[in-house]
Structure formats: structure tokens, C-alpha cells
Ligand binder design. Structure first.
Ligand SMILES: NC(=O)c1ccc[n+]([C@@H]2O[C@H](COP(=O)([O-])OP(=O)(O)OC[C@H]3O[C@@H](n4cnc5c(N)ncnc54)[C@H](O)[C@@H]3O)[C@@H](O)[C@H]2O)c1
Length: 275
């Protein structure tokens, strides 16, 4: 199976760093013309420099996805420049932690405005182009927190399950135009958002013990899924929430398998910790 995305145009949000930067540079290396959106002008410049190296056409826009007027300008500029927009990846997101009895309203509003309303505003702006061309792929970042919340994630987890349900609602509306809409749920991927890789080794080990594949997720794990979902190979997949968590729900106590493998001499916890 060969994934061929050449000639497509993709808009990806939240590409200044982290998973978003990996997604947009991967798409560019696959020959996709990319449109990058981020709220941070300096981070966007760094991403732009990486995109230069791919040799594929690209444009960058500083844009807060809570700002519907600015989104309108960006999408109009893309339409004028390329006359099409095939793939929309709503990757931008923020966390705002806090137990519910002490959470301030500003945190709640920020998390829901960026993660949920921003996703809605982007979709609303892009759909007329996708409908016109009778082809489109909308791919939205949910989170494993949408499946199982973590402590003090009331705002974040509720925003992400809302993204997943919003995506299903969208899929149910846009099928007649050959547009698919899917969401994905990353598990634990070290980025600036979470700092997993900076945790003390014993803390990292404790978290890895919750994963059947017992390694951190890689940003490329997400970028590969995006390429698949954007391709013709995924043309019959819509309205899903895809778990990309290394098996957080696969087993009640994943460590048992590793202890058994270690007893057989087939797994080395010390070597894994130093990787
Ligand atoms: N890293 C993980 O383990 C993980 C797990 C589950 C879900 N996710 C989701 O994946 C996505 C990317 O996560 P990440 O870890 O790369 O995060 P990150 O914080 O490293 O990057 C987020 C990017 O979004 C941008 N952004 C934030 N608010 C914005 C706004 N209002 N408008 C435009 N851009 C904005 C930031 O400037 C940044 O470049 C997020 O939606 C996140 O919730 C990540």
C-alpha cells in the first residue's frame, strides 16, 4: 500500500511546536502544500524554516483559532492562493488543570474556547471550500483524556470528549459531499505541553507501566495516522475516535507482561529506562 498525498492542500493548526510541527512537516515531505496556523509568531517562524527544507510550497499565518474574523481572512487567502483546501487538521489545543471545586472560570473558558470552539470555527470556515470541491478530510485532535479523564482534568477532558462528539456530528452532516471527519486520541507523547520526558526516572517508569507498549508515544505516531486518514485508503472511515495511546485500555496491568518477559530474559527494565 502506498500513500500518495501529492497535490493536496492541508491546513494544520497549532504547528509552532510539538505534535503540530511534526504533522505539518510530515505532510510537506509527502508533497502536500501546507498552510500553517499558530498563535505564536516566533514558533511559527521556526516551523517555516523547517518547511523550507522540504521544498514543498507552504504559507504561514499567525492566527488565534478563537478569532473567527482572522480565521476568515486566513481561509480566504488560502482559497485565493490555491483554489482548494483538502485536509484540515485541528491540532491546536491547550491544557488547563485544576480540581473542579477550585477551578477558575478563566481556565475553563480558555480550554473550551481553544479546544472546542476553535475547532468548530475552523471547520465552519473551511467546509464551504470542501463542499465546493466535493472532497475533504477533517481530522481533529481529541485526547486519551476524552476516553478516561486524569485527575484534575475536568476542563480539558470535557473539552476533548466534546471534540470527539462534535466530530461525529460533523461526519453525520458532510457525508453527501464526500467529506470525512475523524478524531484521534493521543496518549502520552512528550512535548512542551506535558513535560513527560523531564519527569524523574521513577515517575516516568510508573507512567510507562500503564502502557501495553511501554514506551512514550512519538510525534511521528500521530503524523503517520494523519497521513493515513487524509489518504484515499481511509475513504470509508468517518465519525471515529482513534486511540493512539500504546494500549492504555488494552490491559488492566500491562506491567505483568513485562515482568513475565523479564523473568524469561526477554525484557530488560534497566535498558528500557536508559533508552
Ligand atoms: N502531547 C500529548 O501527549 C497529547 C495527548 C493528548 C492530546 N494531545 C493533543 O494534541 C494537540 C497537540 O499537543 P502538543 O502536546 O503538541 O501541544 P503543545 O502545547 O506542544 O503545542 C500546541 C500548539 O498549539 C498552539 N496554540 C495554542 N493555542 C492556540 C490558539 N488559540 N490558536 C492557535 N494556536 C494555538 C501553541 O502555540 C502550540 O504551538 C493538542 O490538541 C493536545 O491537546 C496531546
Amino acid at each position: 500500500m502506498h500513500i500518495d498525498l501529492r497535490g493536496k492542500v492541508a491546513l494544520v493548526t497549532g504547528v509552532g511546536r510539538g505534535i503540530g510541527r511534526e504533522i505539518v512537516t510530515t505532510l510537506a515531505r509527502e508533497g502536500v502544500t501546507t498552510v500553517s496556523v499558530d498563535v505564536s509568531a516566533t514558533d511559527l517562524q521556526d516551523t517555516s524554516a523547517e518547511l523550507d527544507a522540504t521544498g514543498t510550497p507552504h504559507r504561514e499565518f499567525v492566527c488565534d483559532i478563537r478569532d473567527s474574523a482572522r480565521i476568515g481572512e486566513v481561509v480566504q487567502a488560502v482559497d485565493e492562493a490555491y483554489g482548494r483546501l483538502d485536509i484540515l487538521v485541528n491540532n491546536a489545543g491547550v491544557v488547563g488543570n485544576g480540581a473542579i471545586d477550585v477551578m477558575d472560570e478563566a481556565t475553563w473558558d480558555l480550554v473550551h474556547d481553544v479546544n472546542l470552539k476553535g475547532t468548530f470555527l475552523m471547520c465552519r470556515a473551511v467546509l464551504p471550500i470542501m463542499k465546493r470541491q466535493r472532497w475533504g478530510r477533517v481530522i481533529n485532535a481529541a485526547s486519551f483524556a476524552a476516553l478516561v479523564p486524569i485527575y484534575a482534568s475536568g476542563a480539558y477532558a470535557s473539552s476533548k470528549i466534546a471534540v470527539a462528539h462534535f466530530t461525529r456530528a460533523l461526519a453525520g452532516e458532510v457525508g453527501p459531499w464526500n467529506i470525512t471527519a475523524n478524531a484521534y486520541a493521543p496518549g502520552m507523547i512528550p512535548t512542551a505541553m506535558n513535560g513527560f520526558a523531564q519527569l524523574p526516572p521513577e515517575e516516568q517508569s510508573r507512567l510507562l507501566d500503564t502502557l501495553s507498549l511501554r514506551r512514550w508515544g512519538d510525534k511521528a505516531d500521530i503524523a503517520s495516522l494523519i497521513c493515513f486518514l487524509a489518504s484515499d485508503h481511509a475513504s470509508y472511515i468517518t465519525g471515529t475516535l482513534i486511540d493512539v495511546s500504546g494500549g492504555k485500555l488494552a490491559s488492566q496491568m500491562p506491567r505483568l507482561a513485562y515482568e513475565a518477559a523479564a523473568a524469561d530474559g526477554d525484557y530488560d527494565f534497566d535498558a528500557a529506562a536508559s533508552e
